[in-house]
Write a protein that binds this ligand. Structure first.
Ligand code: 5RP
Length: 258
């Protein structure tokens, strides 16, 4: 007899796989900042007058926001933007960028965002900053999705360097952990906060799990993870990934288009 969800008992649940320490490698926002700046500036220069723009989150997206603010102040660039986090809202306000509520737009011309891991088919892992849910909404709304990153983000396959983040409703966490194990997660961690006791709480009031998988099919796993009850969004971006040429990599000697 095959097991159904209801026949899954606590004894089947391998608690030893669940850890609540930050043992996974977390992103290092201070790393490669000149490459990030270079690529951020190049991407911001793709934005044209009257565009509706989605602003990503993270240390590379911060350079995009800074440059767009400078273009508005110095060149009279006329744009309206939506943000993907408290971080990008604060930075955009400081930079004098006109903002619209994300709940008021049905499409965007372009969105620009960083990534934590990029495979050769331009599938991404995002969510190192726990902002991937709004980022997924923004990139799904965009006619063009530009990714900005430094070379350290490139990887032969997703999951080699970075666990898959999942934003999870607190009440659904144990069910999600159980389903992650069923889907083959080797290790699962509740992301813990720094300079706050307890877990990271996302801008939407949810918890973040980081799940490590063996090699996987990005499109298939994204669908499976996003379908688990209690998962708000997973950090695999396979369905909404940049088109060929729209992944900009900052490296010594300039910016490379992938
Ligand atoms: C936030 C993200 C970021 O885009 C990703 O973590 C990359 O950030 P950085 O540019 O700081 O390396 O997905 O949730």
């Amino acid at each position: 007899m095959t097991k159904t969800d209801l026949q899954f008992t606590p004894a089947d649940y391998d608690w030893s796989k669940i850890r609540t320490r930050n043992r996974f490698e977390m992103k290092d926002s201070a790393k490669n900042s000149s490459a990030k700046e270079q690529v951020g500036m190049a991407a911001a220069n793709l934005v044209e007058d009257r565009m509706l723009v989605g602003l990503g989150t993270g240390s590379t997206a911060a350079f995009v926001i800074q440059r767009l603010g400078a273009r508005i102040a110095n060149d009279g660039l006329q744009i309206q933007c939506v943000t993907t986090s408290f971080q990008s809202t604060l930075l955009a306000r400081q930079a004098g960028i006109p903002l619209l509520g994300l709940d008021s737009v049905t499409r965007l011309d372009i969105s620009i965002d960083g990534a934590d891991e990029i495979d050769p088919d331009l599938h991404l892992i995002k969510g190192g900053g726990a902002a991937h849910t709004l980022e997924k909404i923004v990139h799904a709304l965009s006619d063009r999705f530009i990714v900005v990153a430094d070379e350290s983000k490139l990887s032969p396959f997703l999951g080699q360097n970075f666990a898959v983040p999942l934003e999870v409703l607190p009440a659904g966490r144990l069910l999600v952990e159980r389903e992650l194990q069923r889907l083959g997660a080797r290790e699962i961690q509740l992301r813990m906060a720094q300079r706050k006791d307890g877990p990271v709480i996302s801008d939407n009031g949810n918890m973040i799990l980081d799940a490590r998988f063996e090699r996987f099919n990005p499109l298939e796993l994204e669908q499976q993870l996003d379908a688990i009850p209690g998962v708000v969004a997973c950090g695999i971006f396979a369905r909404y990934r940049p088109a060929r040429g729209d992944c900009l990599i900052g490296q010594a000697g300039g910016v490379r288009q992938l």
